[in-house]
Design a protein around this ligand. Structure first.
Ligand SMILES: Cc1ncc(COP(=O)(O)O)c(C=O)c1O
Length: 396
């Protein structure tokens, strides 16, 4: 069957919530994917920053197979070993003290929002429930996460949203300060805005937020769902900045393609949740946690972070050269293997042309193209991607 035949079947039975490209992907190896018709694609989208170890990683598959043969699911009414081991790895390699496991980025954000509310009420009183987030942010699609998301285009038709979320301007400390009151329990932001157009925070902004949160005793919470787990060349984006949060949300790359999310808190706040305060049937799933163990091992012990730093710098250099040549590229920004180019025109057509030529890219807002390849990408593959992109840029 062809792509189009499958798409016809899909359209009949799957809700129309995505503007999908017309290809049905069936297999992958390394940084490449194939569709049902056997056409090969260089994957610089990684399922939107998910396939951190690329496709078909043998160690990941073996760990999942072995775990699935042992036990595939285990209720959180009991303990399972991979969850404890994955949590230990996250804790031993971070500033955090304890983990709550869930299944996605939005859930990791929900957990953080709930922790913030509980903190506010316990520490400062019933009136303390407001959470400040940033305009242009993206935190997910559940009601809490979509309220935290500072983009009205994602919120239309959903009113009333959650109460008590205020939006500040990203990288504008004064605009945050204006919103802070005795009602504020937390500030939530992405160290690098992803969906919002690959916009890194200024270090000075984060430093000032850190001081403000210390002074007022409110939580600083980072959404590292997209920029965490090696994307920046550091295990966590907060390390790249040297400005520590109190709470972090993770997902995407953590399972290397297997669904898992996590929320972590530093020691001072890690025992705020008690039994019954929060839960997830599948959270800490043994198969998902065994996948996370493989990803974390690869990043921490097998040189993947060094690869991200080296290839990230190379990708940036190649994009900067393109910017010199093509005036429609107005900016190149990002960190490590989370890079973006801003264009003076909408990018949808360019992304589509690249896909037709065998390069998977993804937009971030109307005028930004995102480059989030698997963290194992090499120089030759970056050259290949840039060549395809340049062919398209010459045409538009
Ligand atoms: C920064 C950020 N937070 C949260 C989410 C939501 O994650 P999920 O789609 O896994 O719910 C995303 C997804 O793109 C994201 O980029």
């Amino acid at each position: 069957m062809s792509n189009m035949e499958w798409i016809k079947r899909g359209n009949k039975v799957i809700m129309n919530t995505y503007k999908r490209f017309p290809l049905a992907l069936t297999e992958g190896e390394g940084v490449y994917l194939k569709d049902i018709e056997g056409k090969k694609y260089l994957d610089f989208a990684s399922g939107i920053a998910v396939n951190s170890l690329g496709h078909g990683n043998k160690t990941l598959i073996k760990a999942l197979e072995e775990q699935m043969n042992k036990i595939m699911h285990c209720s959180n009414l009991y303990w399972n070993l991979p969850a404890i081991e994955a949590a230990e790895m996250l804790i031993q390699n971070s500033i955090f003290d304890k983990v709550f496991f869930c299944n996605s980025g939005a859930e990791a954000i929900e957990a953080a929002l709930k922790l913030a509310r509980k903190f506010g009420k316990k520490r400062h009183g019933e009136h303390c429930y407001e959470i400040i987030t940033m305009k242009n942010s993206f935190h997910g699609r559940t009601f809490g996460a979509i309220t935290a998301t500072g983009q009205t285009k994602y919120q239309k038709d959903l009113n009333p949203l959650m109460d008590g979320i205020l939006y500040a301007d990203y990288n504008d400390f004064e605009s945050v300060k204006k919103l802070v009151s005795d009602k504020t329990c937390a500030i939530l932001l992405e160290p690098i805005q992803g969906e919002g157009g690959i916009r890194p925070a200024d270090k000075d902004f984060l430093l000032k937020l850190r001081d403000l949160c210390n002074e007022k005793e409110i939580l600083l919470m980072y959404d590292e769902v997209q920029c965490g787990i090696g994307r920046t060349g550091y295990l966590f984006a907060y390390e790249a900045y040297g400005v520590a949060p109190d709470v972090i949300s993770l997902a995407k790359g953590l399972g290397g393609g297997f669904p898992i999310g996590a929320m972590m808190a530093v020691e001072k706040y890690s025992d705020l949740f008690g039994p019954g305060d929060h839960a997830s049937t599948f959270g800490g799933n043994p198969a998902a946690c065994s996948a996370a163990k493989v990803v974390l091992t690869a990043l921490i012990q097998e040189g993947i972070l060094e690869n991200v730093k080296a290839q990230g710098a190379y990708l940036r250099e190649r994009l900067n050269i393109l910017k010199e040549k093509y005036t429609i590229i107005t900016d190149v920004r990002g960190m490590g293997l989370m890079q973006g180019i801003e264009l003076s025109l909408p990018v949808a057509n360019i992304v589509e042309l690249c896909i037709q030529k065998g390069l998977l890219l993804v937009g971030a807002g109307e005028k930004v193209i995102r480059f989030v390849p698997p963290l194992i990408v090499g120089k030759n593959e970056i050259d290949e991607a840039i060549n395809i992109l340049e062919t398209v840029l010459k045409e538009v």
